[in-house]
Design a binder for this molecule. Structure first.
Ligand SMILES: [Zn+2]
Length: 143
C-alpha cells in the first residue's frame, strides 16, 4: 500500500469576536477540511471564549457519488478549482470535543483527517489491488 503525500496547512481568520481556525490536509486527490470557531459564549456573569465545531468534510476534484454536482468552480483547495464538497457540523463537534480533551493537540485533527482521506480516497483503490492479487492467484479473470 502506498501512502499518500500530504501538505498540512493551518490558518486563522477573524470571526465574530474571535477567530475561525481551519486545518487543511491536502493530498493529490482531495483536501480534508476541519474548521473550529473560538468565540464568546455567555456565562452567568460575562462571557468566555470557547472552541466550537463549525464544519468537517472534504473537497474533491471528482464526484464521490453519481450525479454529484460541483459546489464551486473556484475552490482554492483542489487542483483545477472545480470542487465537490461534503461536510457536517456534527463531525466537527465530535472532533472539537476530542481535540479539547487532548489539550488542543493537533495530532487529533491530522490523524482523523488522514483516516478520512484513507477511507474516502485510498481504500477503494487498495481493494481493487487486493481483488486483482487474490483473483489473480486463483487464475481467475477480472472483468
Ligand atoms: Zn472546495
Amino acid at each position: 500500500m502506498t501512502s499518500p503525500t500530504f501538505t498540512r496547512i493551518v490558518h486563522d481568520r477573524p470571526y465574530l469576536d474571535g477567530i475561525l481556525r481551519t486545518w487543511l490536509l491536502r493530498g493529490d486527490r482531495c483536501a480534508i477540511q476541519t474548521t473550529f470557531a473560538h468565540v464568546s459564549v455567555p456565562l452567568v456573569f460575562g462571557t468566555k471564549l470557547k472552541w466550537e465545531g463549525v464544519i468537517a468534510g472534504y473537497h474533491s476534484q471528482t464526484p464521490q457519488s453519481p450525479g454529484e454536482q460541483p459546489h464551486t468552480n473556484d475552490c482554492p483547495y483542489v487542483e483545477g478549482n472545480v470542487c465537490h464538497f461534503e461536510g457536517t457540523e456534527a463531525r466537527a463537534a465530535d472532533l472539537v470535543a476530542e481535540w479539547v480533551a487532548a489539550n488542543h493537540d493537533d495530532a487529533v485533527i491530522w490523524d482523523a483527517a488522514e483516516r478520512e482521506y484513507q477511507r474516502l480516497f485510498v481504500e477503494p483503490i487498495d481493494f481493487q489491488e487486493w481483488m486483482i492479487r487474490e483473483v489473480g492467484d486463483l487464475g481467475g479473470d477480472i472483468v
